[in-house]
Design a protein around this ligand. Sequence first.
Ligand SMILES: Cc1cc2nc3c(=O)[nH]c(=O)nc-3n(C[C@H](O)[C@H](O)[C@H](O)COP(=O)(O)OP(=O)(O)OC[C@H]3O[C@@H](n4cnc5c(N)ncnc54)[C@H](O)[C@@H]3O)c2cc1C
Length: 383
Amino acid sequence: MTETKNKIHSEIPVEIAGAGPAGLAAAITLAHAGRQVIVHETQKEVGHRFGGDFQGLENWSTKENVLKVFEGLGLTTDFNAPPGDKCIIYDPKGRSYTIKSDEPLFYLVERGPGPGTLDSALLKQAQSLGIDVRFNSRLREMTGEGILAAGPRAADAIAVGYHFETEMGDGCWAICDNALAPQGYAYLLISNGRGTVKTCMFSGFKQEKRYLQRTVAAFERLVGLEMRNPRPHGGSGNFHIPRSAYSGPHPRVGEQAGFQDTLWGFGMRLAVSSGVLAAQSLLHGESYDRLWQRDLKPQMETSVVNRVLFSLVSNRGFSWFLRHLESRPNLRESLRKHYQSSLPKRLLSPWAKRRYESRRKDVTCDHIDCHCIWCRSECCAHD
Ligand SMILES: Cc1cc2nc3c(=O)[nH]c(=O)nc-3n(C[C@H](O)[C@H](O)[C@H](O)COP(=O)(O)OP(=O)(O)OC[C@H]3O[C@@H](n4cnc5c(N)ncnc54)[C@H](O)[C@@H]3O)c2cc1C
């Protein structure tokens, strides 16, 4: 009788809303265990909102290399991922600091539907396992077993800039300056003649155009940025630690749940990890809340403390901060420690949570007659 019940159960497909890294990681984990899966993707292709964006797959939050972590989770690493072991960061006065590490600090991955991207690789693996990925399919209602992986529901930070072609050589550059990226950072990534330049802002959203102009001008001055065929690109990030990551009976994963690195927005790993955990919870009948609270919450709570501390750093403080990063003999290990839960960070956590909550609403944007990415993300409707 139980066997028949299990058989019927495994023949009913699990539905997943969203073919981002979170949804596809969940789908692949379920398919490996023999479950049928249907993934609904509202866009016509994977990674639509990123369209060729370069992103850093961070390699510091675990001792084990991130690509090995992916392999251990049964996920493909068959995507382009040049290692990033060096980055030049500038302080507000234009002084440069070279941060480097013996092991890669991150892998530069491309997002979007093209060849070699993270999204295409996960899609290919999913389809090879027989997962039915349905494009142009917006899931409006979920009746049976399912996972919500539909991306950000609010915007706590925005990143705006350009994608472009260039004659410049490969590299990674960043600027810490509140006049370019309030409480955030500006960055420039170039690989194989293509690049992205962005200001990643945690406040001041309504003035995004002004901050972007200053960011481009600063990179032109500091590193000789040259863009051919610049195309505007931007997006938002949703950073929130929920009490429960269920919506009714359905687990929410990735940014749909608000799971993000609140410090700097390196959300891809949390998206993938939470997708895998949600799938495991369905497979083993365990509570998803228990799993993510055990495996992901301590790191996310630490990142809220890190965010609040970082947002208190003034332009003068950035010089000290960057000197400190530059002097670390093993930066990957130092960052790993910063990302781990520790007694001081746990003690600061209640204070940081109170401060961070109040900052989720950007007081510099009144939402009136405004077309900033924050307002375009309809975040105000959710707040
Ligand atoms: C400009 C920018 C730069 C970033 N840089 C980095 C970086 O360097 N490193 C890093 O780690 N992270 C970075 N991030 C964050 C990272 O991209 C996200 O955290 C990650 O993509 C979240 O994955 P996800 O699967 O939760 O959501 P998404 O990748 O947003 O995927 C959700 C999918 O669901 C689909 N969808 C939405 N609604 C429905 C529906 N009702 N039915 C079906 N499908 C639906 C969407 O079309 C989308 O394809 C960046 C984000 C932005 C915006």
